[in-house]
Design a protein around this ligand. Structure first.
Ligand SMILES: Nc1ncnc2c1ncn2[C@@H]1O[C@H](COP(=O)(O)OP(=O)(O)OP(=O)(O)O)[C@@H](O)[C@H]1O
Ligand SMILES: [Mg+2]
Length: 507
């Protein structure tokens, strides 16, 4: 249905694609994988008309084609869900679904007609509860992600491309998306999707292509015939050490029993305490103590209240009653105040909380350190700051140019910068909310090692993650929430993905 050969794309001195191929068949789910910066997003941007290639051919149903822009590609049946979400936060759900995508086609629809058309698609993705007339800004990241998929489906495409659609989704939503994509493929549509979750790729995709440094490393291999190891090897190249994948995603570290967290660290004095904390609409009378050196996870379904624990520790929200006590004895009054008291916050939603995209990579990676610094000292310390940013980022396998604009980095590499900037603050409490979202398997393992090292040197770590494997691999214990209350705790040998999933879902 769509066949691209020899695609080349250069950004200034960087060659993002260097002879990339892709062949998509109607009726298949085709996964595209590769390390951060391998060129995956660049490839789908070219195939959806958002970028012009510097070389290579694209054929649609056998006819050589050149797209003049995204509109042109859309008119020829190509729909794309981009990696960085593109909804208009101030517009309503319904407006986002219809007004922006194809105005000429949908511009004259009445609100009632819009709702009638959107309802079944929303329901299929489990979004039947979202308020269609409310602004999108009020939705969480997972729902916004699904809404983008919904918008793409409403355009009734022949080729549907999704750039990391599952990276922010909890497991139940991934299942729903999988069901929907199966139905879409069964109608003869070609589905291409990008993911770093290799187990999910093996389960969900019919065929897999791998990009390495902008070149094909695997071309449309049958997914069922590939092991995790095959995929990791194809991504990293032959010279790479063979990682030992374990759990739901391939984590090179998890295979080494010395390095799994949950048998270690016996908590001593409590360093972070929440006592009888109530946040209206989120948690009620919640108490939790975390010792220095502990990595504690919080888990629950959407709205179960676990995220409010992170919010009150970061100073994003203040409890209506009860008290949060940080290791220094203070209580966080605002985000800025929490930072000053040694709290670091690594969010997965980098667009909302993250980066100054016009600044250089190293400036972003050292930004927090300078929140309270005296003027003028920046220039004096420029060199040492730059060097530290370099070292922190290298450790996460960041290969890019630290003097380049942050906005030009691939999505996963931007996430590494978010992580690095908090590492640089010497925090006493580290709050992680989906910290490895969009990060490739190799870098994910490195980031996990960094978190373990921080805990081993006496920091307190709190983690929420849509990726249950991340919770089980990293945490000493996980507190499970339901309807605003902590209903259980898993630790040691009980802390498995299976049990966590069961506990989160309510039994
Ligand atoms: N607008 C841009 N300007 C300059 N360089 C860019 C731009 N967009 C991407 N690049 C570079 O092109 C290369 C490929 O980036 P791309 O976003 O396609 O990677 P990716 O495979 O999607 O990675 P990720 O898994 O992190 O999303 C990277 O080196 C990136 O820094
Ligand atoms: Mg990308």
């Amino acid at each position: 249905m769509l066949h691209a050969t020899g695609l080349v794309k250069r950004y200034g001195g960087v060659t993002a694609l260097d002879g990339a191929d892709l062949e998509l068949r109607g009726g298949e789910i085709h996964a595209l994988v590769g390390e951060n910066g391998a060129g995956k997003s660049t490839l789908v941007k070219i195939l959806s008309g958002a970028l012009g290639p510097d070389g290579g051919e694209i054929a649609l149903n056998g006819t050589p084609t050149r797209f003049t822009g995204p509109r042109d590609a859309a008119a020829r049946g190509i729909a794309m869900v981009a990696q960085e979400l593109s909804l208009f936060p101030d517009l309503s759900v319904a407006e986002n679904l219809f007004v922006t995508a194809l105005p000429r086609r949908f511009g004259l629809l009445s609100p009632a007609e819009m709702e009638r058309r959107a309802a079944p698609v929303l329901a299929g993705l489990g979004l039947d509860d979202v308020p269609v007339h409310a602004p999108v800004a009020g939705l969480n990241l997972a729902d916004r992600q699904l809404l983008e998929v919904c918008r793409a489906l409403l355009a009734t495409p022949r080729v549907l491309m999704l750039d990391e659609p599952t990276s922010a989704l909890p497991p139940a939503a991934v299942d729903r998306l999988e069901t929907v994509l199966r139905q879409v493929a069964a109608r003869g549509i070609a589905v291409l999707y990008i993911s770093h979750m290799l187990q999910e790729v093996r389960r969900m995709a019919d065929r897999v292509s791998v990009l390495r440094d902008g070149r094909p490393a695997l071309r449309g291999e049958r997914a069922g015939g590939l092991s995790l190891d095959d995929l990791v090897r194809a991504m990293l190249g032959d010279g790479a050490p063979a990682p030992a994948p374990a759990g739901a995603t391939a984590d090179p570290v998890a295979g080494d029993p010395e390095r799994t967290a949950h048998d270690g660290a016996v908590p001593d004095a409590a360093a972070l305490t929440l006592s009888h904390v109530t946040v209206p609409g989120a948690v009620t009378d919640m108490s939790l103590s975390v010792a220095a050196g502990e990595i504690v996870g919080v888990a629950g379904l959407e709205g179960a209240g676990h995220r409010a624990v992170l919010d009150v520790v970061c100073g994003l929200r203040r409890p209506a009653s009860g008290r949060v006590t940080l290791p220094g004895g203070g209580t966080p009054r605002s985000v800025r105040d929490a930072v000053r008291q040694g709290v670091a916050f690594v969010p997965g939603d980098r667009k909302r909380f993250g980066l100054m995209l016009d600044q250089t990579v190293w400036e972003n990676a050292t930004a927090v350190r300078w929140l309270g610094a005296a003027r003028g000292s920046w220039w004096q310390h420029r060199r040492s700051l730059r060097a530290r940013a370099q070292a922190n980022l290298r450790r996460m396998r960041f290969h890019g140019d630290i003097d380049g604009r942050t906005g030009e980095l691939s999505g996963g590499n931007q996430q590494k910068v978010v992580f690095a900037k908090w590492l640089d603050t010497d925090p006493s409490v580290i709050v992680l909310d989906d910290p490895t979202r969009g990060v490739d398997v190799g870098a994910r393992g490195e980031m996990h090692d960094i978190v373990r090292d921080l805990a081993a040197t006496g920091r307190v770590v709190l983690l929420a993650s849509t990726d249950l494997a991340e919770l089980t691999e990293l945490c000493h214990r996980v507190v499970v929430f339901q309807r605003g209350e902590a209903t259980g705790e898993l630790r040691g040998a009980e802390l498995t993905e299976q049990r966590l999933s069961t506990a989160v879902n309510g039994s």
